[in-house]
Design a protein around this ligand. Structure first.
Ligand SMILES: [Zn+2]
Length: 250
């Protein structure tokens, strides 16, 4: 693969970084990123991955745009209320970067759709709004050895982890959250969420997706980042691998 003159100019600020360079930019161009949810996390995530020149964004979301989404879901505009999110996300990506192909999946990811969703994906990013989907996607990604970037927000708190649980010393998502099927979902509709916090955590999810693809700097797999917007405090923990984990334990 070679980069055209227009691509060299478009991605110049990445290419000049020695940690990314032309080789890193080509890896982004040939990457397929599977994204669960085109909402609060998904909006900045999709915008930054499209801007970065990721070759294929496979976006799964079965929702329509609601007026109450616009407080944080910056992919969408007032005149798109009522339209399907994936279709409007694809239009936004096309406006931003014609290099970036979008595969639209206007369905919820469940046991019947997860195989097709992950087929050929290099990375999966989960910004979904329910725990059942998160566990399903995490287990399916682990089984296929696809790195998982998982981001979540609620009220004034954000968390983000990168998981490659098939590696001997790295935890999987279930090592982190356990497997309680009755764990309550903390939904934005019930509890509220600071809109700009979605921007922060979705942007970090994009950064970690690019880090996994290129890669650059320190490996972030097995780390958990916690953002406390009330205190303006960021903490990063190292998650242990659970030797008794039903998903990745031996
Ligand atoms: Zn595990």
């Amino acid at each position: 693969m070679t980069l055209t003159d227009a691509q060299l100019e478009r991605y110049a600020r990445h290419i000049v970084l020695k940690e990314i360079g032309g080789d890193g930019q080509k890896k982004l161009r040939s990457a397929t990123v599977a994204i669960v949810g085109a909402g609060g996390i998904g909006s900045p995530l999709i915008q930054y991955l499209a801007a970065a020149g990721v070759g294929t964004l496979r976006i799964a979301d079965d929702d329509m745009i609601a007026l109450s989404n616009l407080q944080r879901q910056t992919l969408y505009a007032t005149d798109t209320v009522g339209m399907p999110k994936v279709a409007e996300a694809a239009k936004a990506v096309a406006r931003l970067n014609p290099d970036c192909a979008v595969e639209m999946i206007a369905q919820r990811i469940d046991t019947s759709t997860v195989d097709a969703f992950l087929d050929g994906a290099d990375i999966v990013v989960d910004g979904s709004d329910n725990f059942e989907t998160r566990l399903l996607v995490a287990d399916a990604a682990l089984e296929r050895r696809i790195p998982l970037v998982s981001a979540a927000i609620g009220q004034f708190e954000g968390q983000l982890g990168v998981f490659r649980g098939w590696e001997a010393d790295k935890p999987c998502y279930r090592c982190f959250v356990g497997s309680d099927p009755d764990r309550p979902d903390a939904s934005c509709a019930d509890q509220g969420v600071l809109g700009a916090l979605a921007g922060i955590m979705g942007s970090i999810a994009a950064m970690e997706t690019i880090r996994q693809t290129v890669p650059f700097g320190e490996d972030s797999a097995g780390k958990l980042l916690l953002f406390d917007a009330l205190a303006l405090r960021v903490r990063t923990l190292t998650l242990p691998k659970d030797p008794g984990c039903p998903s990745c334990g031996v």
